[in-house]
Design a protein around this ligand. Structure first.
Ligand SMILES: O=P(O)(O)OC[C@H]1O[C@H](OP(=O)(O)OP(=O)(O)O)[C@H](O)[C@@H]1O
Ligand code: HPA
Length: 190
């Protein structure tokens, strides 16, 4: 299951950002090369989890964009990207994002009241991003049908569950200075 994803994670190099061992991978960084075979495997898996019954796919720049695009092309569902740049449009929602290595603001546009929304992203780590995003989407009147994140490292997904949000992840990993270890793969018995 998810063989292309697993193989690519085993090859991911690590750099240290502050104290944080940061893995570099096609899905989380677009580096060194994001292959269509990998995007296809992931998009198919996301459709297996969430189906196609939603009005909008919501994802976060930068690395949510290829995932949301791949999914949009398969499902015909439109995409709204949560940006790190302010547009000042009416109804724009502003939120604060904090990850293991960065802090900043995010801006949501294009999500309409009453819409069924699928949220996808590349990585969940501290959970800081989704902790800010999911309540904000609900405040805008969206109904979140599923939240799917490709790579889970750390306890972010568990923290989201404690907050009442189920986050499906395709693979759980551990990262240290030597590399990535795969702890769990969706749909596989451990
Ligand atoms: O669970 P968290 O600790 O919040 O980390 C996860 C977030 O970190 C990454 O985004 P990043 O801000 O690095 O943006 P990028 O997609 O532009 O690389 C990733 O795309 C998630 O959005
Ligand atoms: O270690 C990481 N690598 C890439 N993206 C990430 N987003 C959170 N942590 C990471």
């Amino acid at each position: 299951m998810l063989e292309v994803l697993q193989e690519s994670l085993r090859k991911a190099p690590i750099v240290i950002r502050g104290e944080y061992p940061y893995f570099i991978h096609p899905i989380s960084d677009g580096v060194p090369s994001l292959e269509p075979e990998l995007l296809d495997e992931i998009a198919e898996h996301m459709i297996n989890i969430a189906g196609t019954d939603y009005d909008r796919i919501v994802s976060i720049e930068a690395m949510g964009i290829p995932l949301a695009t791949a999914l949009s092309l398969k499902t015909g569902v439109p995409v709204s990207i949560v940006r790190k740049r302010q547009y000042g449009l009416e109804g724009e929602m502003i939120l604060s994002q904090s990850t293991g290595y960065s802090k900043g603001e995010l801006f949501i546009n294009g999500v309409n009241k009453g819409e069924k929304v699928l949220v996808v992203d590349d990585v969940i780590s501290t959970g800081g991003t989704l902790k800010a995003l999911l309540p904000a989407l609900e405040k805008m009147g969206a109904q979140i049908t599923n939240v799917i994140v490709v790579i889970s490292r750390g306890d972010g997904a568990a923290k989201m569950r404690d907050m009442g949000y189920e986050v499906d992840t395709l693979v759980k990993i551990d990262v240290d200075h030597d590399g990535v270890s795969i702890l769990e793969v969706a749909g596989e018995q451990q």
